[in-house]
Write a protein that binds this ligand. Structure first.
Ligand code: PMP
Length: 432
């Protein structure tokens, strides 16, 4: 029977069909009406276990009390302090807090913006201004955003920029050490993948983008929208070496990987490599729109006055949310939980893979940024649907049959066990 809940859902769906840009696309035309921790409620009365965290954003879960309290407090004090007019308390407190969280003390000069794409736009400008060079080298499979410059750096799917060209010129592509990008078997050892990818990079710098014209190499330390593939530490070190030899800036896009997602505060810490520029967003403000770029003071000083900025740069409420989120992460050792739950997730998925070796070709990732890759195209979407019907929201990623798991960093043991049981039932139902 059509109760009030399904009537309101039908109304939302009709508005979406008629008036919301179809370019957005959606997993389902459901409305999430509230969220607490790992659970979201829908307008038709369902409760779902959220293993997307809004694509790695709600690190402490939906509506974490510490963050909500900080948002309410700041919203009652002052919402908008325009950064060209004055500073806000949360803005300066957040900078002080972040200085202490950086992978190296050399990263000590910050600029805030709203989204990951915008922060990457700023990183492009910074790299060009500092080196006085034009070219940017990006990885096959990269995702850096959908604004014009960031889209020009994106190499994971043509749909992100189809029909929008011409995009920013002077962007050149090299291979990420992922077997698909290199066209080699999935069983290829890591050393060999790195050797092939470094060889490709050398060719890129000889045949496409001369080192003396190259401002920056951009890399996601764990390839995100391109398939959830961690960059081996030896590849990160090789990039650092190439950049040092040629005066090229190494830019780490930690928009998805930063702030605990991979089991370390930043994913570059797994390799010990310090980038020259680091871009972050998503998980550090628990849902408020906030992003940032950090670099060395001498590099940031290359930007002429007025060349960075924006009406909402470092919005006071967003900064208050980020301050509360990052303080909570440190005080409650959220990283320890990430690593414990990561081990549980990997163990469950690897057991499933060992039972279905012809169905699942790979289980990979870092921390709570984990993926299953299937052998057959389309299996990921079928399993995603089957999971949703059983009450678990998960995402696919890349042009390959990859299903990814990116829950809040505070996911507990029982929630992880529940998700693993649903994933298992869903995979078995699809491949039966
Ligand atoms: N860089 C990376 C690595 C990302 O994962 C994303 C978002 N998925 C972006 C940039 C773009 O961020 P935003 O959607 O906030 O513009």
């Amino acid at each position: 029977k059509a109760g009030p809940e399904s009537q309101s859902t039908a109304r939302y769906q009709s508005i979406a069909r008629n008036h919301i840009a179809p370019a957005l696309g959606r997993l389902r035309d459901h409305v999430f009406t509230s969220g607490r921790g790992l659970r979201v409620e829908t307008s038709d009365g369902r409760s779902l276990l959220d293993f997307t965290a809004g694509i790695g954003v709600t690190s402490l879960g939906h509506c974490h009390p510490a963050v909500t309290e900080a948002i309410v407090k700041q919203a009652s004090a002052i919402v908008h302090v325009q950064c060209a007019i004055a500073l806000s308390e949360p803005y300066t407190d957040l900078v002080e807090q972040l200085v202490g969280m950086m992978p190296s003390p050399s990263l000590d000069s910050f600029f805030f913006w709203n989204s990951g794409s915008e922060a990457n736009e700023a990183a492009i400008k910074i790299a060009r201004a500092h080196t006085r060079r034009n070219n940017i080298v990006v990885m096959q499979g990269a995702y850096h955003g959908r604004t014009s410059g960031a889209a020009a750096l994106t190499r994971s799917k043509t749909s992100f920029f189809a029909r929008s060209g011409p995009l920013m010129p002077c962007v050149f592509t090299t291979a990420f050490p992922y077997w698909h990008a290199l066209g080699v078997p999935a069983s290829t050892p890591e050393d060999e993948l790195v050797r092939l990818a470094v060889h490709q990079l050398e060719q890129t710098l000889q045949q496409q983008s001369a080192p003396e014209d190259t401002a920056a190499i951009f890399i996601e330390p764990v390839l995100g929208e391109g398939g959830y593939v961690p960059a081996p530490a030896s590849f990160m070190r090789a990039l650092r070496g190439v950049c040092d030899r040629h005066g090229i800036l190494l830019v780490a896009d930690e928009v998805q990987t930063g702030f605990g997602r991979t089991g370390r505060t930043f994913a570059v810490e797994h390799s010990g490599v310090t980038p020259d520029v680091m871009v972050f967003a998503k998980g550090f403000a628990n849902g408020m729109p906030l992003s940032g770029v950090v670099t060395r003071r001498d590099i940031m000083a290359s930007m002429p006055a007025g060349s960075l900025g924006g009406t909402y740069s470092g919005n006071a409420v967003a900064c208050a949310a980020a301050l509360a989120t990052t303080r909570y992460m440190q005080r409650h050792d959220v990283l320890a939980n990430v690593n414990a739950r990561s081990a549980q997730l990997f163990a469950g998925l690897r057991t499933l893979q060992s039972e279905l070796p012809d169905v699942i070709v790979d289980v990979r990732g870092a921390g709570l940024m984990v993926a299953l890759e299937f052998t057959q195209p389309g299996t990921n979407k079928l399993v995603q649907d089957a999971c949703y019907d059983r009450g678990l929201v998960v995402l696919t990623t890349s042009i390959y049959p990859v299903l990814r798991f990116i829950p809040a960093l505070v996911v507990d043991e029982a929630e992880m066990a529940e998700a693993l049981a649903i994933i298992r039932q869903s995979v078995l139902a699809v491949v039966a």
